[in-house]
Design a protein around this ligand. Structure first.
Ligand code: PAF
Length: 282
């Protein structure tokens, strides 16, 4: 396994592999790796000759500076975990300068409205930051395939749009959400939850599962009201948004239509820690 910090080192290494006709799987991460990340890396290992994992906490996608400062950083154990998966992994751990050059700025993207829904509404500038860093990282890594978890389903749709807009040949692959036994979706931010918050958080997935059950028989309004009700008296969890949205454009709906695919999306605060989750409804 190689760990590179410099852009030129990884560019050189990847160029050599591409000349040899090798395929490159890419798993971009912000570190604090959990089993969800490792599932992405394992899938990438299966489907490609070499796998690149980047570990970079990208400042431009944080709309909340406290969240950026407190984002868990566990580089040593991350590298150790990856080294156990395969010898054929390249870990890229750049500084902001190696990714962005002198000016750390987001580009302004038009993701055809996908960026204005849900996470985009509550985290202004977030998807410009994600799009910009991924454009830089894709340019550096030249991946054949790149892997993203469906926990960030909106991000996954936006990355597919980014590849289209930027005319990149990379294939974007979405992978199922990885959960704790109690249903809590794995997230690096879970590392910041205290005991009470950890005990309370499985409610999020319980609610999503109930919505999925009710989807055939209840109206959207009834489901929205029911979900709000579940959080009303919760002392630990605070609902930020719950929406049922079309998969195609991520616009939330008031009424269901035939032959349309929907997902339910939720964002919840446990203290200052923000948790998101989603579920396919049909
Ligand atoms: O999902 C993440 O961890 C980040 O948004 C990503 C894709 C690594 C970009 O910084």
């Amino acid at each position: 396994m190689h760990v590179y910090e410099k852009r030129r080192d990884i560019v050189f290494s990847v160029a050599t592999l591409l000349i040899e006709g090798k395929t490159i799987g890419f798993v971009p991460t912000m570190g604090a790796l959990h089993n969800g990340h490792l599932a992405l890396v394992n899938r990438a290992i299966k489907e490609n000759d070499t796998v690149v994992v980047s570990i970079f906490v990208n400042p431009t996608q944080f709309n909340n500076s406290e969240d950026l400062v407190n984002y868990p950083r566990t580089l040593e154990s991350d590298v150790e975990l990856l080294s156990k998966l395969s010898t054929n992994i390249i870990v890229f751990v750049p500084t902001p300068k190696e990714v962005y050059g002198e000016e750390m700025m987001s580009k302004n993207y038009d993701f055809e409205g996908l960026e204005n829904e849900m996470e985009g509404k509550f985290r202004p500038g977030h998807f410009n930051g994600v799009g910009t860093v991924l454009k830089h990282l894709f340019d550096i890594v030249s991946p054949t395939r790149a892997y993203f978890g469906e926990k960030d389903f909106q991000q996954l749709q936006i990355v597919k749009k980014l590849a289209e807009i930027e005319n990149m040949s990379v294939q974007i692959i979405g992978c199922p959400i990885f959960r704790e036994d109690n249903g809590l979706a794995l997230s690096s931010r879970n590392k910041r939850l205290n005991k009470k918050q950890l005990q309370a958080s499985p409610l999020i997935y319980k609610i999503l599962k109930q919505v999925k059950k009710d989807f055939g028989t209840k109206s959207v309004l009834e489901m929205n009201e029911w979900v709000s009700e579940q959080f009303k008296n919760d002392e630990i969890l605070e609902l930020e948004y719950f929406e049922i949205a079309k998969i195609s454009d991520l616009k939330s709906i008031k009424e269901k239509q035939k032959d349309t695919k929907y997902r339910a999306f939720i964002a919840v605060f446990a203290g200052k820690i923000r948790l998101i989750d989603n579920i396919a409804l049909n």
